[in-house]
Design a protein around this ligand. Structure first.
Ligand code: G6P
Length: 485
């Protein structure tokens, strides 16, 4: 058990990826950049200097260099621009980090929660995988140690995501005085899928999370699956009505906290000159054609290939759209250390080339695919899109579906997968689709493109209202309240 730190932080958050990342310039200088992804955008909005300490991992060699220069990894104490956030970045040795991040978090737990395995071939839980699991344990332990060191007596610590499922329990053992939360930004696997994990591991994951006093999810579906997994794998008492799990006298409350958009930040950022310039450039490319947009990390769960296949089917079955629509697909890079991701990126590029070959003419480019990251361009595209396609196989929430309507200038029809957490919040005004049904997705694209601008405008208004109903500040405050109740 650790000793409480009297001058420590009273609120702590822990996540693998932190609010900043570093890169090295040609001149060898370290520069800090804003981190990406749904989790980081949500938390950055609420973790202000002096209120919250953010514990995260060094993800790259440049991050490691930055932490090596900062005593105890406290970047905020060392003059780095952390965007006004107190940050401790953990320098976990590279091999342990890779085993935990690539081997377990991204190749196992991400695949389990998003139902992504090609089951005749994978998963394959063998001796090598067990070594990765050991790495994951040490990595989660490093977070628990750092939180235990940094927390003031009776502080509140909220641990984020599948990278850190074992940390809550480890932290409770070191600091029983803390109030501990865990929040999943992903779906939670359905019980029949979760059962693929070796039994001892399934139990360890659940008991790890249950070390928290409060466990949060983005949608009632994911919370329900978690409770079902607990009922199957953990002894103790699971009460699905009260949403509690009791193990060895410790009660964990399970809550649903859907994350919405920080509309003020988004609108202000989208009005900047770099966004204006990109807006003009995109309008020039589209001319007077309808704009169909998708924006994703190039991530297997995002279902980009089926989305593009649906666009191809639309052009085949509804030839009236040929020459009258421009599809922008911004698919920015993700997790390129994993072969599955590199292959998926190639598959996206392949189908894009096929679409161009089949339909492209001298004066019409049916699809503009970009595989680089450009936040300003994404904001510009939201402003002018007529239709936004968000068709993940499974997604914790999906903030793209919520950002688009908030910035829309000419009304936006949203084609949305019913398997995204956002579908719960946006069902009234979106066109919901089964993400595996390519033909139905093509038909939904047709319906969306055919909508009058009045209808698109009315729908965008409804979608924007639902998307901003629970801004990040509220989302975070609700979790703190739930923990302190
Ligand atoms: C998305 C998910 C988060 C997750 C993050 C990790 O943003 O919504 O749940 O933590 O991806 O991505 P990374 O790039 O850090 O592997």
């Amino acid at each position: 058990m650790s000793t409480p730190t009297s001058g420590g932080a009273s609120v702590l958050v822990a996540s693998n990826r932190g609010p900043i990342s570093f890169s090295v310039t040609d001149a060898g200088q370290l520069v800090a950049d804003r981190g990406g992804g749904g989790l980081v955008s949500g938390l950055s909005a609420v973790t202000r200097h002096g209120e919250t300490l953010w514990v995260c991992a060094a993800l790259s060699d440049a991050d490691r260099r930055a932490t090596a220069n900062a005593p105890r990894g406290r970047l905020d104490h060392h003059g780095y621009d952390t965007g006004g956030i107190d940050v401790r970045m953990l320098n976990i040795d590279t091999q342990t980090f890779k085993r935990a991040y690539n081997g377990i978090a991204n190749s196992t737990l991400w695949f389990i929660h998003h139902h992504l395995y090609d089951t005749p071939n994978k998963p394959h839980f063998d001796g090598r995988w067990r070594r990765d699991w050991e790495g994951y344990r040490s990595y989660d332990e490093a977070f628990a140690r750092a939180l235990a060191e940094e927390a003031a007596p009776e502080a509140t610590a909220i641990v984020q995501d599948y990278h850190l499922t074992l940390t809550p329990r480890m932290l409770r053992e070191k600091r029983p005085d803390l109030r501990i939360g865990h929040f999943s930004h992903t779906p939670w696997a359905a019980v029949d899928y979760f059962r693929m994990l070796p039994d001892d591991i399934a139990r360890e994951v659940l008991l790890g999370v249950l070390g928290a006093d409060h466990v949060g999810f983005l949608s009632p579906r994911w919370a329900g699956s978690f409770l079902e997994c607990c009922a199957e794998f953990v002894g103790g008492r699971v009460d699905p009505g009260a949403m509690t799990v009791e193990v060895d006298g410790h009660v964990t409350n399970v809550g649903v906290h859907p994350l919405g958009i920080d509309a003020d930040f988004l609108r202000e950022r989208a009005a900047q000159p770099d966004v204006e310039a990109r807006r003009s450039a995109l309008l020039e490319l589209a001319g007077d054609r309808k704009i169909l947009l998708r924006i994703d990390r190039t991530e297997l769960s995002k279902n980009i290939v089926r989305g593009l296949a649906a666009y191809r089917e639309l052009l085949r079955t509804r030839p009236e759209w040929k020459g009258r629509v421009t599809h922008f697909s911004f698919s920015y890079p993700s997790r390129h250390d994993l072969p599955e991701y590199r292959e998926y990126t190639a598959a996206v590029q392949r189908i894009a080339a096929e679409i161009e070959d089949e339909f492209g003419t001298d004066d019409w480019t049916p699809l503009h695919l970009s595989v680089n990251d450009d936040f300003a361009r994404s904001l510009a595209a939201y402003r002018i899109a007529d239709v936004l396609v968000v068709n993940p196989i499974r997604d914790g929430m999906n903030l793209v579906a919520k950002e688009g309507p908030v910035l829309s200038e000419r009304g936006l029809a949203l084609v949305l997968s019913r398997e995204a957490g956002a579908a719960t919040d946006l069902a009234d005004d979106a066109l919901l689709v089964n993400p595996f049904d390519v033909s139905a997705t093509a038909e939904a694209m047709h319906t969306a493109l055919s909508m009058s601008s009045e209808e698109r405008t009315a729908r965008a208004r409804g979608l924007a209202a639902s998307s901003t109903a629970l801004p990040p500040s509220q989302w975070f405050a609700d979790q703190i309240d739930a923990l302190r109740a």
